[in-house]
Design a protein around this ligand. Sequence first.
Ligand SMILES: [Zn+2]
Length: 306
Amino acid sequence: MGTSEITNAFSVDVEDWYQVSDFEAAVRLDEWDRYESRVVANTRRILKMLAEFKVKGTFFILTWNAERHPELVEEIAADGHEIASHGYSHRLVYEQGRELYKEDLERSQEILNGILGEPVRGYRAPSFSVTSQSMWALDVMLEAGIEYDSSIFPVQDSLYGIPGALRFPFVIHESGHRRLVEFPMTTTRVAGRNLPLGGGAYLRMLPYQYMRWGMRRVNREGEPAVVYLHPWEIDPAQPRLKTRGKRGFSTHYVKLHAMEEKLRRLLSEFRFGPMRQVLAERGSAELPSREALLPLGAASQNSPIT
Ligand SMILES: [Zn+2]
């Protein structure tokens, strides 16, 4: 087994099966209420699994769901997990533009603050949509009091990615006494290219051994990895929607039955904690600053799946 000394971050993007970017063209935001809600039951299954392994994580809440199920946010917090924001509407940041993005982020913060009675400090953009076209989002986050962001994937995908970004936590933006730390999604580096690890469809579709190998490599570099998943990814019984997805193909329903077992193996073989705790352990004073961010788009590569 061999649990490493490094604590990795465990994270859940709390959204329902029909709220994903892939289904955007087929499922309109103003019709979300018409779809079968499965997010509460699926999130509770994740809570139960984490309790079994005595692991705490960070739950990035899509706050359209928090408005309708505030008790779910309370339950997650009561279990000792960290609550953070996944925005309100799941629109891609670079498609929203600065003003709409600001409204979306602040609305999500107000909703969570109203439930928890305290401000949230962490944020993850829908589908990692902080890219070279939406770097202004970092300004908006800093102004809104966000302390860490986990939205940048240092790979090139047709929907997201900054291939030249640093691979591990760094200070991405500063203004006055405020600092915004970036916790990028996890990659492993092979032959000068960043290969995605992390979770989501990568974890579902690729062999477990790849994930374990990659995470061990990252931990041997002395760095924490971040694992992410969505509640619908452990729900093979969810309704089937016919859509080609935002890229012309969709990975949404692929290997849903394999996810839970892989998560259980990860939870038994690695040490995990909430993102904020992992960053604190990493020592924020020692984090590199944005100057070390390579020129955006410096590297070019393709990753075929999300
Ligand atoms: Zn999402």
